[in-house]
Ligand binder design. Structure first.
Ligand code: AMP
Ligand code: ZN
Length: 430
């Protein structure tokens, strides 16, 4: 099923020609109309006329999240004929947020991208979409909302939280699809289990669009099992419109990135040098259609690889592997490099464990993994708990090469998360 079959299956040579044309136009515009890029081009001696092929992209400077913050609020805005009509922000852990502007066409184009994604996953006008992401400055909910409306589905702007209300909406309006973070999906699964609701019998959910934070294949399976849905991985970031930058097709083997909208590079995060297809590195994106705020070579910090093989679905836009984490997520524990995703993968694959966990780092370099036991598997027998705890510790050690402390806690006792989860608490005194 296609939303725009022609563009989604455009032969690569034509797609690349289109990319080049759009890249040249974008570079010319920012060089003359964005204060930030005009200055940057002057400083680095880049001339828009130097971009003759897609490979010339490498001549352009990177843009980082620090650049966006330093030039807050209006520095990257292009002063065109039309003024922007929407503002979103994306906040990090420190300092000013990043300001992101959308023109009328930008809003429409981001909805087009989402519509492609949703139809690719099998959504149609007969569906009812419950949007359980945060509405507001964050792009996650609104951008998806507009895309689902474009498909013609009935959209419920539920927002996150209040699981009782979510359930009522699902029952009363016969919700068939949800858009939600993996952490809230897991929490909601626990909530349904406690209420004695069997989603397969009591609800008509069939699709879940899940993203906004990294999660593992094991978590996908847990959510699919618990909610009786097909989970589609949805990747995006506010700097590139929000959700719908890349999305899984029915093959569920990587996410197609809409290359008519974004130029895709994978670089070595240390050297900044491009890596060949198939190698893992940092994703760098350039907007090709943005009017209000084009961004060149944005360092996303997200770690992934390009899947170069053609996809059986017939789409020509290349796929990204599941994001394994952010380059700045890496923890160094007693000299070993550890990604929280590795820990999640282990925890989600052990049947006796529940769906919520927290990684606490303290003291000199002590890691404690707190994880809820599964309600269904908890029989209260101490020797079963001890066995589960040892098994978890051994499996974690085999994965991350460091032996963590494992603390099993009661179901429902860790902080619940309705949006993006905070999985790591670092209190080390190093
Ligand atoms: P925001 O700008 O607040 O929307 O956050 C964007 C960031 O969330 C991305 O740069 C990724 O680190 C993360 N993210 C979004 N979607 C996914 C996904 N499907 N898998 C992994 N990480 C994701
Ligand atoms: Zn495909």
């Amino acid at each position: 099923m296609f939303w725009d079959q022609e563009i989604e299956t455009l032969p690569r040579p034509e797609l690349e020609q289109l990319q080049l044309k759009r890249l040249q136009k974008t570079v010319r515009r920012v060089a003359s109309q964005s204060d930030y890029y005009r200055q940057k081009f002057a400083d680095t001696g880049v001339k828009p006329s130097a971009i003759k092929t897609l490979a010339d992209l490498r001549r352009l400077p990177f843009t980082t999240s620090a650049d966006l913050r330093t030039n807050y609020p209006y520095g990257l805005l292009v002063k065109g004929k039309e003024s922007p009509i929407r503002l979103h922000t994306s906040s990090g852990t420190t300092g000013k947020p990043k300001a992101l502007f959308f023109s009328r066409n930008d809003i429409d184009q981001s909805a087009e991208n989402i519509a492609r994604c949703l139809v690719m996953a099998g959504l149609g006008p007969q569906d009812v979409v419950q949007n359980m992401m945060t509405y507001g400055m964050f792009t996650g909910a609104l951008v998806m909302h507009y895309g689902a409306e474009k498909v013609g589905s009935l959209v419920i702007p539920a927002g996150p939280g209040n699981s009782e209300k979510q359930l009522l909406l699902m029952q009363d309006f016969r919700t068939t699809a949800i858009h939600v973070t993996p952490s809230y999906a897991l929490y909601f699964a626990d909530f349904l289990e406690k209420k004695g609701i069997d989603p397969r019998k009591d609800l008509v959910l069939r699709l879940a669009f899940i993203g906004a934070e990294p999660y593992t294949e094991e978590t996908r399976r847990k959510i699919e099992d618990a909610l009786g849905v097909q989970v589609f991985n949805c990747y995006g970031l506010s700097e590139m419109n929000g959700p719908g930058v890349a999305f899984e097709c029915a093959a569920k083997a990587g996410m197609h990135l809409w290359e008519d909208n974004f130029l895709l590079e994978i670089i070595d995060p240390q050297t900044g040098e491009p890596l060949p297809d198939g190698q893992t590195g940092e994703l760098v994106l350039t907007t090709l259609c943005r009017e209000a705020m084009p961004i060149l070579r944005y360092r996303t910090r997200d770690i992934t690889a390009i899947i170069p093989e053609p996809c059986p679905c017939g789409r020509t836009h290349r796929r990204l592997q599941r994001i394994t984490g952010r380059s700045d997520d890496m923890l160094i524990i007693r000299g070993a490099n550890v990604y929280p995703q590795q820990i999640e993968r282990v925890l989600m694959s052990i049947p006796g464990l529940g769906r919520n966990y927290l990684i606490v780092l303290e003291g000199l370099d002590e890691m404690t993994v707190k994880v809820e036991v599964s309600d269904a598997n908890f029989d209260g027998q101490v020797e079963h708990l001890v066995r589960l705890q040892n098994q978890t510790m051994e499996k974690l050690r085999a994965e991350i090469m460091v032996r963590p402390k494992v603390e099993l806690v009661m179901p429902g006792s860790l902080p619940a998360s309705e949006g993006k989860a905070k999985r790591v608490i670092d209190k080390r005194v190093l």
